[in-house]
Design a protein around this ligand. Structure first.
Ligand code: NCD
Length: 306
């Protein structure tokens, strides 16, 4: 039963609940009109204490396509947080107006705290460098559509694996499926944190690390590119030194398999050259579309209308 539940980290959902949400998203893709009224009278609040384009707008578009309404803020400076209000008080207040809240906050653990004070489901739309479970659902729906399922993939995670919450979330979520293997491609300073590798060890996932993308790209079924997370660096010099560590271009793509797909949560900065956009293996703009449909499915389930 998904009605009334929170989604803080990807593994809050069981494997069969992920199937249920992806299955509903696929039904919506086939016949969106028959879902255009299911959330009539329901309200989604989007509380974004950190910048966003896709995540916030896709949540809002998702609710509008379901016939519901949206309210919220996209900048903490426009909310009572600027007057010193605590997160718990903001959540107590907003959750008495609406049916579901999608929240992004720069602090790790903020969504979990919010869920302890909320009268309605909280969806974590990113908590600092921690987790981003709806991006994971987006990634998984894309993988299911383009690579036929969740098992038996060699996945290369490339870029900022230290601060990239989308990486932490997807790595944990895919570790529950059989025969997946990971290659973590990053500069030494941006390696995946220990709390993630610990989970992978517990799940018995095989993973290796690499510093050069060229040396492993030919082994991959899925290449998950990420941006170096400027906003999480303490020191601008370190960011400048590391920001262009990886640039995927047509030359590197020529070393990859014909059926590999390239995913990226976006926004991209320099890490994928625009020339790659025309390669049929570039799936990051399709991924954007899947993100809206999977959020439609998730909202409908948590609100309890489907
Ligand atoms: C990601 C995020 O916010 O973590 N973006 C997104 O939600 N699509 C990735 C990023 O900002 O690099």
């Amino acid at each position: 039963m998904l009605k009334g539940r929170n989604l803080i980290k990807p593994n809050d959902l069981t494997v069969s609940e992920i199937d249920e949400i992806c299955g509903l998203a696929e039904q919506i893709i086939v016949d969106p009109n028959s879902f255009s009224d299911v959330c009539r009278g329901k309200i989604l609040a989007t509380l974004f204490f950190e910048p966003s384009t896709r995540t916030r707008l896709s949540f809002e578009a998702a609710m509008l396509h379901l016939g519901g309404a949206v309210e919220g803020f996209s900048d903490a400076a426009n909310s009572s947080t600027a007057k010193g209000e605590s997160l718990s008080d903001t959540i107590r207040t907003v959750s008495s107006y609406v049916d579901v809240i999608a929240m992004r906050n720069p602090k790790e653990g903020a969504a979990l705290v919010a869920s302890q004070y909320s009268n309605c489901p909280i969806i974590n739309a990113g908590d600092g460098g921690h987790y981003h479970p709806t991006q994971t659902l987006t990634d998984m729906l894309t993988i299911r559509a383009l690579q036929g399922g969740f098992e038996g993939h060699t996945i290369g995670f490339c870029g900022d694996l230290k601060f990239g919450r989308t990486v932490h979330s997807l790595a944990e979520a895919m570790s529950r499926y059989k025969n997946n293997r990971y290659i973590f491609i990053s500069p030494n300073e941006l390696q995946v944190p220990e709390y993630v590798t610990q989970e992978l060890d517990e799940a018995g996932i095989e993973y290796t690390t690499a510093e050069r993308l060229e040396s492993v790209i030919g082994d991959l079924d899925i290449l998950y590119m990420t941006r170096v997370q400027k906003e999480r660096f303490f020191n601008e010099q370190d960011y400048i030194r590391l920001k262009d560590s990886y640039i995927l271009d047509n030359q590197k793509m020529s070393l990859a398999r014909k059926n590999m797909i390239v995913l990226h949560p976006l926004p991209r900065v320099n890490e994928i050259a625009p020339e790659v956009d025309n390669d049929p293996r570039a799936a990051y703009f399709k991924q954007v579309k899947y993100g809206m449909y999977v959020r439609m499915a998730l909202i409908a389930k948590l609100v309890g209308v489907l």
